[in-house]
Design a protein around this ligand. Structure first.
Ligand SMILES: [Ca+2]
Ligand SMILES: [Ca+2]
Length: 97
């Protein structure tokens, strides 16, 4: 995820495929601040986020105990969340040639 457009696309895609339940409130995006608190990068890279943040009000609020960025129902805005939580993963891959 590297643009506001992609952020909005993913939120619309999730909304079209999932209905909120308390069991599955969150979707991991692959962004983490586990290496440097407050510096959000794509997991496994040094790619800093360069598009406008989309945090829920008062998020991020977990400090060093919440280091994975999720889309959170119902609005699918961003929340920092414990990485050990079991949630749906969003994976990005190159389109087939
Ligand atoms: Ca954190
Ligand atoms: Ca949080």
């Amino acid at each position: 995820m590297d643009s506001e457009e992609e952020n909005n696309y993913l939120k619309a895609l999730i909304n079209s495929k999932y209905t909120y339940t308390a069991d599955v409130p969150a979707f991991f995006t692959g962004f983490t601040d586990i290496d440097t608190e407050g510096a959000w990068v794509e997991h496994g890279s040094n790619n800093q986020m360069v598009f406008p943040p989309d945090w829920y009000m008062d998020e991020p609020n977990g400090g060093t105990t919440e280091n994975c960025l999720v889309f959170y129902f119902p609005d699918l805005k961003w929340v920092d969340f414990p990485c050990s939580s079991e949630q749906i993963m969003i994976c990005e891959m190159d389109a087939p040639a």
